[in-house]
Design a protein around this ligand. Structure first.
Ligand code: UD1
Ligand code: MG
Length: 454
């Protein structure tokens, strides 16, 4: 956090059951672009430098605690409402004198810039006690409504269930996100009651309470797309689509060619260099870094991989976690690479499994080569030197080493190390019997005719 930035802390509410997801997984653990919803919230909060960031969970939400670790957790035993949930973070947050942001774990798209605007408004000269992030959704539906005073300040928030017809006609809605003056937060929360249509402790009531104390409250507006919340699988799919559309646009803006953008799926953390060309139907899982001038051809599935400049991947390639593809290396169709390093200019172009392997620069891995890296109990490494040639349909039984410049004959099963520049062949000797095929055919033909005569 730079000295110029206002001091900020955050409370992320994630204790809701998310019943509409119909899932054994806590709602905020469901993923968008390979990252949990709560992971998105934490990632967008990151650059703000807020500290501490407390996550409010329900009992038993250990997966959420693990996902956000090392952030502190506060447990809300009973879900009595958003105001009660914020109160549960009190012990973890303490008497924090700066601005306290309240975020929802199921609103994954609020940008760092919007959060920063909210905090900036909170510390403006009129020193509002509460700044609420508002939106004007195409369908205001059952969102809480933001009721302004004649001067344009925020007077109160009314929940849809408690709202009059006139209040429901208001189009400015509560996104749920707020920035609150830490000096008055707890005194406001203590006074929230549950005398309302839902019988819940509404966080939204703190606006009216602050106004009664003579403090100003304000609204900052943001686009609806950023504030979307996810409550069902259908909304999760909409969120995924929104994210992907934005990510594709960004990839192109930053200098990648996407031949068919709509069929390319990125992870939230995919990193692309310049002049990367991505063919149709390519999928990126988490943890992928692609350098400049890489071509990723159609139908490739890539996760946890690092691809150096000039490499060509696919079509139909699968790169799994720990795959490191060197400069100008090629990984072709139906090749799977896991936890393996391919050196500069190395090639594995057809029908191959490279698992737990090192492949030296310029080595050529023939079609159908398999590194046998697992014996059912432990994994072992295959080390192939530089400039080696592995003949087609070879099995390299790890742990095993093939030296620089060595050649492995096609169809070999290699169980012992091969020294540099040696040729290793391990397959049955070829036996050839002259004329035997012709004799065989004559014999069989006769047998068939004899049988037909009987
Ligand atoms: C809330 C707002 C509403 C706003 C809407 C935006 C209140 C009272 N209402 O309503 O004005 O328009 O969000 O989406 O705040 N949570 C807990 N513990 C609880 C209750 C909720 O952690 O006891 C968490 C949920 O996990 C969720 C968030 O708080 O992340 C919001 O709760 P939810 O019940 O969805 O509030 P809404 O009724 O949607
Ligand atoms: Mg909600």
């Amino acid at each position: 956090m730079s000295a110029a930035q206002p001091r900020t802390a955050a409370i992320i509410l994630a204790a809701g059951k998310g019943t509409r997801m119909k899932s054994a997984l806590p709602k905020v653990m469901h993923q968008i672009a390979g990252r949990s919803m709560i992971g998105h919230v934490v990632a967008n909060l990151g650059p703000l430098g807020s500290q501490p960031n407390v996550v409010v969970v329900a009992p038993g939400m250990d997966q959420v605690a693990a996902e956000v670790a090392p952030l502190p957790i506060a447990v809300q035993t009973d879900q009595l409402g958003t105001g009660h949930a914020v109160g549960c973070a009190r012990a973890a947050l303490g008497d924090f004198p700066g601005t306290v942001l309240v975020l929802y774990g199921d609103s994954p798209f609020i940008s760092t810039a919007t959060l920063s605007n909210l905090v900036a408004r909170r510390v403006a000269a009129d020193n509002p006690a509460v700044v609420v992030l508002g939106m004007r959704p195409a369908d205001p539906a059952k969102y809480g409504r933001l009721i302004l005073d004649t001067a344009g300040g925020l007077d109160r928030i009314v929940e849809w269930k408690d709202a009059s017809e006139a209040e429901r006609a208001v189009t400015l809605c509560n996104s749920g996100v707020m920035a609150i003056d830490g000096k008055v937060l707890w005194s406001l929360i203590e006074r929230v009651d549950n005398k309302n249509a839902k019988g819940e402790y509404y966080l939204t009531d703190i606006v009216e309470l602050a106004r009664r104390d003579g403090r100003a409250c304000a609204v900052v507006e943001a686009p609806e797309a950023e504030l979307m919340g996810v409550n069902s699988r259908a909304e999760l799919a909409i969120a995924e689509r929104l994210f992907q559309d934005q990510r594709r646009a960004l990839a192109m803006e930053e200098g990648a060619t996407l031949i068919d953008p709509a069929s390319v799926f990125f992870a939230a953390d995919t990193k692309l260099g310049r002049d990367v060309v991505i063919g149709p139907n390519v999928f990126f899982g988490p943890g992928v870094t692609v350098a400049d001038d890489v071509e990723i051809r159609a139908f490739s599935h890539i996760e946890g991989a690092k691809i150096a400049s000039g490499a060509i991947i696919g079509p139909f390639a699968r790169l799994r976690p720990g795959a490191e593809i060197g400069i100008d290396a090629h990984v072709g169709n139906f090749v799977e690479v896991k936890n393996s390093i391919l050196g500069q200019g190395a090639k594995a172009n057809h029908l191959t499994y490279l698992g737990d392997a090192d492949v030296g620069a310029k080595s050529n891995i023939g079609a159908g080569t398999i590194t046998c890296n697992y014996d059912g109990y432990v994994k072992a490494r295959t080390v192939i030197g530089a400039g080696a040639f592995i003949g087609s349909n070879s099995a390299l039984v790890a742990p095993v080493k093939v030296g620089d410049g060595a050649i492995v004959g096609a169809g070999s099963v290699i169980t012992r190390d091969v020294e540099a520049d040696a040729i290793a062949v391990s397959r049955a000797e070829q036996v050839s019997r002259a004329g035997r095929a012709r004799d065989f055919r004559a014999q069989r033909q006769k047998m068939k005719q004899d049988k037909a005569r009987k």
